[in-house]
Design a protein around this ligand. Structure first.
Ligand code: GLU
Length: 271
């Protein structure tokens, strides 16, 4: 059975781009007699707010969406993410990184597909004693995946099935030693999303094409952790009249401020 999900971050009101993503995921599930789930991706406690979570639930219900299980709320599952970090650390695939943003920007030799500076690997080489001393002193740190070690642990090419296209070959090495967690927050987007897709039994991940490159890394995490490989459908992004992708950060209008009925919103988006 097909299971899809819509996974918004409660950092502001839903806009037309979110409505498209939610309706797309629901349609893929319903057309196949499958299940449609909702997940609130609120791991970034500096940007997410409970009132936006409630507004998202209200707006989705107003649009006429119905989800098949109570929503999964990521901030209630930090222990689960911490346990994944512990398992990776026990296999020698995770290390603490004490570099500041400025250190990394200075030493970086490129960019990851996320647009972040490619980590040069400075802290990978630290001795166990040095790490212990820095940890004992309470030095702020992140946890990074040892990409070379992770690739060695998952031999053979990684790929995924993209709906309507077929097999896509993955190149997770472009992410370098990616951050999977921080001392104060044991989950990055990449870790939480792959863990939760596995736990929720998501078989078809639908999301915007801006996240296509991240799928290469997600397939590596799934292979490392023995999680099932879902299929993927990366969909188009909704843009404003000048062609710019709708984004909360750019002040995209909230769904309910458009003066449109739910039916008109569906029609405008092609549903
Ligand atoms: N939470 C992510 C967002 O708001 C979506 C994650 C995903 O669908 O994989 O863009």
């Amino acid at each position: 059975m097909i299971t899809t999900r819509f996974a918004p971050s409660p950092t502001g009101p839903l806009h037309l781009g979110h409505a498209y993503a939610a309706l797309f995921a629901e349609r893929q599930a319903r057309a196949a007699g499958g299940r449609f789930l909702l997940r609130i991706e609120d791991i970034d406690e500096t940007r997410c707010r409970p009132e936006f979570t409630q507004a998202i639930l209200d707006d989705l219900a107003w649009l006429g969406l119905v989800w098949d299980e109570p929503p999964r709320v990521q901030s209630a599952h930090f222990d689960a993410y911490r346990s994944v970090l512990d398992r990776l650390a026990a296999r020698g695939l995770l290390y603490p990184c004490f570099c500041t943003r400025a250190d990394i920007a200075r030493a970086s030799r490129g960019q990851t597909p996320d647009g972040a500076p490619l980590y040069p690997g400075t802290c990978r080489a630290r001795s166990a004693e040095h790490r212990q001393a820095l940890l004992a002193a309470g030095t702020p740190h992140a946890f990074r995946l040892d990409m070379a070690g992770a690739l060695a642990a998952c031999p053979g090419p990684l790929h995924y099935h993209e709906a309507g296209h077929g097999c896509v070959l993955c190149h997770p090495e472009r992410f370098g030693d990616v951050v999977l967690g921080r001392k104060e927050c044991p989950a990055s987007y990449h870790l939480a999303v792959t863990h939760d897709d596995a736990i929720q039994g998501v078989t078809l991940v639908t999301r915007g094409e801006d996240l296509r490159a991240a799928t290469d890394l997600h397939r590596l995490l799934q292979a490392l952790m023995g999680w099932p490989a879902p299929q993927y459908a990366h969909h188009r992004l909704i843009r404003d009249a000048s062609g710019v992708r709708l984004a909360k950060s750019a002040g995209a209008a909230g769904l309910r401020t458009l003066g449109l009925t739910p039916g008109e919103i569906r029609a405008r988006l092609g549903f």
